[in-house]
Design a protein around this ligand. Sequence first.
Ligand code: HEC
Length: 109
Amino acid sequence: MLRSVGKGGLLLLVCMASAAYAEPGLDGAKLVQEKVCLGCHQIEAARVGPPFKAIAERYKDASDEIVTYLGQAIQKGGRGRWGVIPMPAQPRVNDEQAEAIALWIRSLN
Ligand code: HEC
């Protein structure tokens, strides 16, 4: 099948595949509004949870695996890392969205 498509067609297929992968609109800044994270977190100031900038600062020297760690921390919530107030799990955030938010938090440094 690939032979009959030729080089141009193959290139087109690759472009289409990467466009689908990038999922336009997965903007971390927008997601934290849509997923009501901002009810508990602000960017600069502490609210119920730590400010996103403080989170970025804490993990600024971590390797790229921090994106996976933060994505899971967002989905599962947790306690005891910042204070006594726990963060509830966020079941409405899927893997791709969690990763996009984690990347965005990291970019705040
Ligand atoms: C009900 C309040 C609440 C909501 C809603 C909430 N958080 Fe949190 N978040 C917290 C609290 C409290 C902590 C600190 C938990 C701790 O001390 O371990 C926290 C911690 C975090 C951390 C740091 C985790 C770590 O390991 O250092 C990240 C990242 C985070 N929240 C992202 C989000 C995102 C993104 C959303 C929206 C999808 C969200 N939070 C929604 C309260 C909330």
